[in-house]
Ligand binder design. Structure first.
Ligand SMILES: *Cc1c(COP(=O)(O)O)cnc(C)c1O
Length: 428
């Protein structure tokens, strides 16, 4: 399986010692190489980033922070964490960065712990309209221990900003509920976020402002989406989506007082020992993101998303909010086929080697396990080297699979064409 050097090198150690696990790795490596990855929150990390996670940095406890650890032997861990922090600050243009959160959800929980007390009110987007579960879902800590209130999108088709954030409504919700924290940044929102406007609204109601840029971090780092700095008090993100690093989280601020609270919230508030092999990989990923090639990559991600949205529109699919400014789009399947659900589409596409996720569209009448939409993103395809012209082909493959209603024969043909296309665009 010479398409994946990293899997190959791990397999060389594993085949004899643990054939069962080896077989699963070989199958997954093959799956990634031969399918088209359109999940907007996924990407293919570079070989350097992937290798970094498999190093001896995983062996060490490094509770605490550089220069103030609770364990001996941390000299190199201090160096690598300092390097990761410096690069994160340079990348996002801010004063403080905590690179230890194990994930985006941990980063958000740490930010809440730094800014809020149990029972405090915060304000975020209606979760069904593209918010993340860590922004106030009832069964999530954020919804159980705090008091979320939600703002809507424009639902009026006649409005210029149909299915985009209704900033006047955000203002109204904030005036009524006086939240201690206002949140922006989403999991399924295809448009530019106006951070300056959010700052104004936060100031008018005396709220702190937090941006969770988990999805758009790579675009922000490359200057392809406006920066949340200097407008936001706290910025959280994942490092594994558009940013193309290892799975993990990151919290940033310009406020020295908040920075101290964030550090205490991450450790010992939320976490024990940091995943230093992941911090090592974060440093490398941030270094990659500082390169001119990364900027070109992010520009291509957006061009590809716009080309794919256009190609799907031409095939009678409705793109919510009438298009996209970033790396993702929400596809309303009902205009193509009133009976088509997100759940069926996801299944039929996977049968055809195209990996997506079902997603509710704004005001979706179907339940979350069914939905009327798909969320599609171009970060992973762009990493493989696909460009605008290829998006026509991708839209065609998608439409063939869906028009067949999951027919085994048609899907097998599409699967074949997908594998051929993947052969022309090898993984990094
Ligand atoms: C993906 C995502 C997260 C959570 O990241 P995990 O690493 O899965 O915990 C948080 N916020 C937003 C907006 C996201 O899209």
């Amino acid at each position: 399986m010479s398409h994946d050097l990293i899997a190959d090198s791990v397999l060389a150690f594993l085949r004899e010692r643990d054939p069962k696990a080896a077989e699963i790795l070989a199958a997954e490596s093959d799956r990634q190489a031969t399918t088209l990855e359109l999940i907007a929150s996924e990407n293919h990390a570079s070989p350097a980033v992937m290798h970094a996670m498999g190093t001896c940095f995983t062996n060490k406890y490094a509770e605490g922070y550089p220069g103030a650890r609770y364990y001996g032997g941390c000299a190199h861990h201090d160096q690598i964490e300092d390097l990761a922090r410096e690069r994160a600050k340079e990348l996002f243009g801010c004063q403080f960065a905590n690179v230890q959160p194990h994930s985006g959800a941990q980063a958000n929980a740490s930010a809440f712990l730094a800014m809020l007390k149990p029972g405090d009110t915060f304000c975020s987007l209606n979760l069904a309209d593209g918010g993340h579960l860590s922004h106030g879902l009832k069964v999530n800590m954020s919804g159980k221990w705090f008091n979320p209130v939600f703002y809507p999108l424009h639902y009026d088709e006649g409005h210029d900003e149909f299915e985009q954030i209704d900033y006047d409504a955000v203002e109204e919700v904030c005036r009524e509920h006086k939240p201690k924290l206002l949140m922006c940044g989403y999991s399924a929102y295809p448009r530019v976020i106006d951070f300056a406007r959010f700052r104004e609204i936060a100031d008018n109601c005396g709220a702190l402002l937090m941006a969770d840029i988990a999805h758009i971090a790579g675009l922000v780092a490359a200057g392809v989406h406006p920066s949340p700095f200097p407008h936001c008090d706290i910025v959280t993100t994942t490092t594994h989506k558009t940013l193309r690093g290892p799975r993990g989280g990151l919290v940033m601020t310009n406020d020295p007082e908040l920075a101290k609270k964030i550090d205490r919230a991450v450790f010992p508030g939320m976490q024990g020992g940091p995943l230093m092999h992941v911090v090592f990989a974060k440093a490398i990923a941030f270094g990659e993101a500082l390169s001119p090639e990364f900027r070109t990559y992010q520009q291509q991600v957006v061009k590809n998303a716009q080309a794919l949205a256009k190609a799907l529109t031409a095939r009678a699919y409705r793109i919510t909010s009438r298009g996209t400014d970033n790396h993702l789009m929400l596809v309303d399947l009902r205009t193509r086929d009133a009976d088509l659900t997100g759940a069926d589409a996801e299944l039929w596409l996977e049968r055809s080697g195209i990996i997506t996720n079902k997603n509710g569209v704004p005001q979706d009448p179907r339940p979350p396990k069914v939905t009327s939409g798909l969320r599609l993103g171009t970060p992973a395809l762009t990493t493989r080297g696909l460009t605008e012209g290829d998006m026509e082909t991708v839209a065609d493959l998608i439409d063939r699979a869906l028009a067949s209603k999951g027919d085994e024969g048609v899907c097998a043909q599409v699967r074949n064409d997908v594998a051929q296309m993947c052969g022309r665009f090898p993984l990094p």
